[in-house]
Design a protein around this ligand. Sequence first.
Ligand code: ZN
Length: 1016
Amino acid sequence: MPERRPFVRLPADVYPVNYGLCLKPDLIDFTFEGKLEALVEVTQATNQIVMNCADIDIITASFVPEGGEEINATGFNYQNEDEKVTLSFPSTLQTGSGTLKIDFVGELNDKMKGFYRSKYTTAAGDIRYAAVTQFEATDARRAFPCWDEPAIKATFDITLIVPKERVALSNMNVIERKPCPEDENLVEVKFATSPVMSTYLVAFVIGEYDFVESQSTDGVTVRVYTPVGKAEQGKFALEVATKTLPFYKDYFSVPYPLPKIDLIAIADFAAGAMENWGLVTYRETALLIDPKNSCSSSRQWVALVVGHELAHQWFGNLVTMEWWTHLWLNEGFASWIEYLCVDHCFPEYDIWTQFVSADYTRALDLDALDSSHPIEVNVGHPSEVDEIFDAISYSKGASVIRMLHNYIGDEDFRKGMNAYLLKFQHKNASTEDLWDCLEQASGKPIAAVMSSWTKQMGFPIIVVDQEQQGNDRILKLSQKKFCASGPHSGEDSPSWMVPVSICTSEDPTCSKLKVLLDRPETTVTVSGVAPDQWVKINPGTVGFYRIQYSSSMLESLLPGVRDLSLQPVDRLGLQNDLFSLSRAGMISTVEVLKLMEAFVNEPNYTVWSDLSCNLGVLSSLLSHTDFHEDIQEFIRELFTPVGLELGWDSRPGEGHLDALLRSLVLGKLGKAGHKPTLEEARRRFKDHVDGKQVLPADLRSPVYLTVLKHGDSATLDTMLKLHKLADMQEERNRIERVLGAISAPDLIQKVLLFALSEEVRPQDTVSVIGGVAGSSKQGRKAAWKFVKDNWEELYNRYQGGFLISRLIKLTVDSFAIDKMAAEVKSFFESHPAPSAERTVQQCCENILLNAAWLKRDANDIQHYQVRPVGSSSEHGHIGAGNYSYLRLNHDGRIILHMRSLKGDADLYVSDRTLQPSFDTYKLQSVTCGRDVVVVPGDFVRPVGIGIYGHPSHRESEFEMRVFYDQTVPQNPFDSGLYASKDGREPKQSAQAEEKEASIFWTILIGLLKIVLEILF
Ligand SMILES: [Zn+2]
């Protein structure tokens, strides 16, 4: 990475105690006027005050010492790059209290950060704007000059001057609302004094909203604000929030400290949600649920996001990180406890299994890259803060906290948390402070264990082997850093303090033994394990590491996948580990495909979801080959039984997870071109569009995806019409995400243009482009070109926020050609995106990994797809410049595998059976010692095969093996062999001509049945 600008924090000689802040936004001209009267302490005499300030014009500034004369500032020196302003005073400000007064103006920008405007349409169809805020991490300084660092806490007295018919909200409750003396159309809304808080948690919203209201059992007023006319859609979130607040109060043993909490849906919003104290802002899709039109996954998403943001009210808002280096603690913790909370409110979601698929495996994948980073990183400049809002902070953070919770046990964990919150409430804390509290509560070496996970990047792979001694199982465990390109080689592998649990087939849900692996390797004895029992490491898939079992251990676990005796989360974990090992080149991808087939009777949604996700990765990889269709067939075969079982319509008594599974499976089958699914999807889509039968919300995504994937311009037009008519943002997003599935190049262009149109909200453009890139080979290329062509507009739109990182990742991460890594790198060298630098590096690394993976395993995967039940070999010689032809008489799918033993030869394949014409041949050159594999899948049988001996070699020698997937006649090679010396006019050969052509065909092996390795 290029060198960072040196960064210095604000000087400590003046700090704020209270901000008296009055803002008057103009919703027509998109500007605002502000008045700040901050009570400050001067700790060291000075004649200047340095504050954060960005995109704000200061009109006047003065300082009034307590009991003294007002001193007007004589200079405002803006340091734009550092987002600071220095106010100079003609005389010294003495130590003690004083009031800093600043009048300023700013712009209600359209960049979704700071104090910005958010566009919405009224029921009557008018376009209007709300004024809203998003300050984290460092954008409060765009709304008012301030000390914009998390450790500089102060109280806030906020007043908003707004049009009288608009709703005005801030962190605290309203204490006064009176007409504005200067303008009868305006009102002054004054809010109660807040507790001391960090600037990034301040918020205000001015707009038109309805709300639903309730009280939590602990007496907090909860309101969910929705667009006008949609108050009903706030009910679900209201129910979650009122259940959640007492849950946290009980868990932390600390009550929620404010009198009210508002949750509000904002039309234009970059993140998912923001935990502003007492006024939590959300994207509409993360808060609003319509009983008829919302699908099960949206419901679950809303529950998780509400749980996350409310947890921050304690963990983040009440106790705040000392500096952004500890951001992970905020985010990791909230991302963990949101699951605890949802599990409490909705046990039927089986949400912890979903955690493993959604956060844990995602974090492992990212953290295996050389371009990952430690959980704790030193950050300075604002662009570096934006950069760490990534899956390492959120998902790895959550995963290591889950591991820690499991290591400590719930009781001691809660005890430690309570001590931490009480000790640091209304203050700031560091990661070490939490470890101290947990260490005292549990008596375990928390700091030592956890620092190995938070201060160094990556994680280990635990290699396990076993030996039976009487009734004891002796396990040899060793650890090494796991890298996406294979395990760390060399002596200097970092190591971790790894809490390792072990279970056996006696009770797969319960740890039989727990050890702390605190060295490179160790031996562990598990007593009382019969020889026929299996032993599994990491039950519950809690430890943050991958596992490589010895082949005997792995084999013993596999029946547990098929008979479902392994816990779902462990079936998932095993599959995911093997998938990751295959990508790292430690096992063949074919081994994983075989394992996946063992899941054919799998009933669990999350297990399917994770497997489906990995198959999606593989499918995307194989889209770089000409046998992409084969993996589609594999997917169709794998998902057909569960698809038949589920059917299209929900049955009485079905639950949340059945709905999710049906949606997943039908989508997968439809996308892979499963005919019955496609036909039914088309029928239902037509009925939906014609208004005959509205699709249930849970079926919309799979149906939309299926019809688009196999659709034409009329399908796309219909879908765009549905988008236009949609009243709910969830429905619009649902459509936007699948539009990219369309195949025709001109329609792909149409979708890309649509992504940047007014029809799509700015924060959603990214997922439309990402949908195009993720759908097909053509889509990927087109999306990348589109991003390059429109870079300036896109970059400007997101101002380098994290959406730009997401856009880059979605667009280029799945390329699998070496030269694309260079292309991506060079594009971003000339078009720098500072906050996305690491994402670019990670993408380039992923592209190279994909390319290596493809080179390594493509042949094997292709072989496997054909499922050979038999093979046949030929061994032959061919003279310089000679051709030889033979005919394969076989109806099924075959693979030709040719190896040149001496000299070079070319291999031709043709579907012209007799007298094949030279021009129509497909050509593959085989140089000496190399294999070439051809799947003549599309050729009309029998297939004609030609071999040409290169003129540069007097004689070439080769071996040809044919794999086929059905029982074949005695000899797969047709009796007629064609040969010709000149190769131009191949003619039907006779025995004599064969000899003349100096070709000796020796059937070496004849018909050889390969034992089909079904699974393991
Ligand atoms: Zn958060």
